[in-house]
Design a protein around this ligand. Structure first.
Ligand code: HEM
Ligand code: HEM
Ligand SMILES: [Fe+2]
Length: 475
């Protein structure tokens, strides 16, 4: 297989990162299902695997699998921008195995050790306690080193190739904040407001700034390959999108500072700027639809194309529309920290990043398996079940979240008692039950996706050998 790739070493490295990402995606789904059973049967698996641990596994693995998929995507796409192999392949290979071993070790610590006394030792060995980046400090150092090796490969190769393109410049400039923001996972201020203030820099500036720029650049590179869109068009759009993401997303961080002890001026600043955040995401949809129309939707890789369209719409709807719903302080006062937020979190992460990286994986597999056409029924089933399951989960969570906003906040006045009684309201419980059902639908989609990724491009070859029909004709 290796000889068939144009940059065999970099690209087989990329395939490894993709494989690990898809396996971790599966781990995340299992943890999500178990955690959602807790909402329906509260004593389920307690105290062996409490909800808190399942949730940590679910969301920390989410961050890692998306990061690994980003790395795979750039390891795959960048060599052809540079016209050469990456400079640090051996290092990235070594880092890959260290990364995988670390993820396994941390998962084992979370599952078997779970907690520790509130001291430095626990921060180093068990859990740093910051949502999404709970991994203990030693592991966080390895994650930071993995990202540093990745940055070295992207920047070092550009220097060695003495060649960059507009998209590569955007990627390089974006990697600096992406890397440094992660370092916020380390310090442990004792003042909770100070802690939250900086922690949001990590979470908000990752998902609403640096990761958006990253996926925007990846989409730009993919559109050129998938539909032959011209470089000048994708680069122009990319610059507009990046400018708008930064113009709205930087001060948009204020939407997390409403109720955590920050000065009151954040209500206005956060409300105004974050309300504008859907604009760049709308730009991305227009861009994708424009390109699809321009090329009469002609392509030789159906799954990559449809997953890319799902990314554009999912990003706009999940992040833009669902985020907008809860971003004005007048509404956030009621929606804050309810399942409504979780509804937005799921739809946004899935739409913006999950769908985007799946598209790149299909694109990479088509060329690694030398298949002139990628189609068939399996990807369609996976696409329908995953997206249908996610839309169903998003709807169910929103129902539960609105019940919380109404019963707990509007009527109950935000007391602890009101929280408990809203959590046992029939609307809330029905929402949780429906989320579990749609979670199972999503899981079925995951299994078909994994099967399709393993076999697409190979199944047809077998049929051809057996004297069956030749490959589906290219358009
Ligand atoms: C089978 C599918 C899934 C199930 C059953 C599921 C279930 C859950 C559960 C039970 C929680 C804890 C919510 C809470 O604290 O009340 C959660 C949180 C979360 N999940 Fe999922 N999940 C699934 C798939 C996904 C996917 C595919 C993504 C993203 C790509 C995702 C992203 C998140 C995020 C970001 C949170 C944290 C949200 C917050 O605390 O506001 N989940 N999920
Ligand atoms: C791809 C981009 C985005 C992703 C992945 C994302 C994901 C998330 C997640 C996971 C949370 C929950 C954080 C937590 O408390 O654990 C959250 C909260 C929030 N997001 Fe987003 N988001 C995105 C874009 C946006 C946009 C564009 C807006 C506004 C238009 C927005 C508005 C909000 C608000 C207001 C909250 C706080 C909700 C609360 O007070 O509980 N998000 N987001
Ligand atoms: Fe945010």
């Amino acid at each position: 297989m290796q000889q068939q790739l144009s940059f065999p070493q970099s690209q087989s490295l990329a395939l490894k990162y993709f494989a690990a990402a898809i396996v971790l995606f599966g781990v995340m789904v299992v943890a999500g299902i178990l955690a959602s059973i807790d909402y329906v049967h509260p004593q389920f698996l307690f105290p062996i695997l409490p909800f808190s641990i399942l949730k940590i596994l679910h969301i920390d693995v989410l961050v890692i699998w998306i990061l690994m998929a980003f790395m795979g995507a750039l390891f795959w796409l960048l060599p052809s921008e540079y016209g050469r192999e990456l400079v640090g392949i051996k290092l990235a290979n070594l880092m890959f195995w260290i990364f995988c071993a670390t993820v396994l070790a941390v998962a084992a610590i979370f599952v078997f050790v779970q907690t520790g006394p509130g001291n430095e030792r626990t921060l180093w060995l068990v859990n740093q306690g910051r949502k999404y980046v709970e991994e203990p400090r030693w592991a966080a150092i390895i994650v930071a080193s993995g990202v540093a090796v990745f940055v070295y490969n992207v920047v070092g190769t550009a220097i060695a190739a003495k060649r960059t393109t507009g998209v590569v410049w955007v990627i390089i400039l974006n990697l600096t904040p992406l890397f440094f923001l992660y370092l916020i996972a380390f310090p442990a201020p004792t003042n909770i407001s100070v802690d939250q203030f900086w922690w949001w820099w990590l979470v908000h500036f990752w998902v609403e700034a640096t990761w958006e720029v990253m996926i925007g650049s990846i989409v730009a590179l993919v559109l050129m390959r998938l539909m032959g869109t011209s470089r000048s068009i994708v680069e122009t759009w990319l610059y507009i999108e990046v400018a708008l993401v930064l113009a709205t997303g930087v001060l948009g961080i204020g939407h997390h500072y409403f109720w955590m002890g920050a000065p009151a001026y954040w209500l206005g600043i956060g409300g105004f700027f974050s309300a504008l955040e859907p604009l760049p995401l709308l730009g991305m949809v227009v861009h994708a639809v424009y390109d699809a129309g321009e090329h009469h939707m002609k392509m030789t890789n159906e799954p990559a194309f449809y997953w890319m369209m799902a990314e554009a719409f999912g990003n706009f709807i999940g992040a833009g529309v669902w985020g907008f719903m809860i971003t004005l302080p007048q509404i956030n006062l009621f929606a804050h920290g309810t399942q409504w937020t979780a509804s937005h979190g799921h739809l946004a992460f899935w739409g913006a990043y999950g769908c985007g990286v799946i598209s790149v994986i299909y694109l990479a597999l088509q060329s690694s398996r030398r298949a002139p056409y990628f189609g068939g029924a399996a990807w369609k089933w996976a696409f329908a079940l995953l997206n249908g399951g996610m839309i169903g989960m998003g709807g169910a969570l929103m129902l539960a979240g609105m019940a919380q906003a109404f019963y707990e906040r509007a009527i109950g006045g935000s007391t602890f008692n009101a929280f408990v009684s809203a959590s046992s309201s029939p609307w809330f419980l029905e929402g949780m039950g429906m989320r579990l059902i749609f979670g199972i639908v999503f899981t079925a989609g995951y299994l078909i996706l994994a099967y399709d990724l393993l076999t697409i491009g190979r199944r047809v070859a077998v049929a051809t050998h057996a004297g069956g029909p030749a490959r589906a004709p290219a358009e």
